[in-house]
Write a protein that binds this ligand. Structure first.
Ligand code: CTP
Ligand code: ZN
Length: 151
């Protein structure tokens, strides 16, 4: 039986696998991949065993920082991060929602100091399965539904 990758293999870089199909473009935006100048391969609505339909993003010559991995985890908590070197899988891990989040999520409270002065946001993650972030400053809860990202 002939077996092919739907999205072709990459030589070096990172594969973000098992992204919910509807989160693929959000991940791209959050990571600023629209401006990335090397090859980016994108697949959406691919058949998968784990998810009904999954998305995948392959980024040539790119390895993500912890802060970038935190961003992926917030919008695609079941994603797998795969490091590729010389066409080989050298590392594979699930992303993880962190205990604390700084800078990139906006507080949902318009009166919060972070929305009115130049103060970076800080949250404690109080619920990881049903995402709830408690603002360090105003203590209001930002949820998946009210979550917006800075810049
Ligand atoms: N991959 C890639 N380029 C490579 C090697 C692998 O893009 N040079 C991708 C594959 O397409 C796959 C992922 O990296 O999406 C993981 O590769 P591998 O572990 O070989 O695949 P599977 O065993 O099918 O992974 P899983 O069962 O976890 O989906
Ligand atoms: Zn706040």
């Amino acid at each position: 039986m002939k077996k092919e990758l739907v999205v072709s293999a990459i030589e070096n870089g990172t594969v973000i696998d098992h992204i919910p199909s509807n989160a693929v473009y959000q991940v791209i935006r959050l990571l600023g991949l629209e401006k990335y100048e090397d090859e980016v391969l994108i697949g959406t609505n691919l058949k998968s065993e784990k998810l009904l339909r999954k998305g995948i993003i392959k980024i040539k010559n790119k390895y993500f920082t912890n802060q970038e991995i935190n961003k992926i985890a917030l919008v695609a908590p079941a994603a797998t991060l795969i490091k590729i070197e010389n066409y080989e899988v050298i590392d594979k891990r699930e992303v993880e929602i962190p205990d604390h989040i700084e800078n990139f999520v906006k507080c949902m409270n318009p009166k919060c100091v972070t929305n009115n002065e130049v103060v970076p946001t800080r949250f404690n993650v109080v619920d990881k399965s049903d995402l709830k972030l408690r603002c360090h400053y105003c203590e209001k809860i930002t949820t998946k539904e009210t979550m917006r990202f800075t810049e």
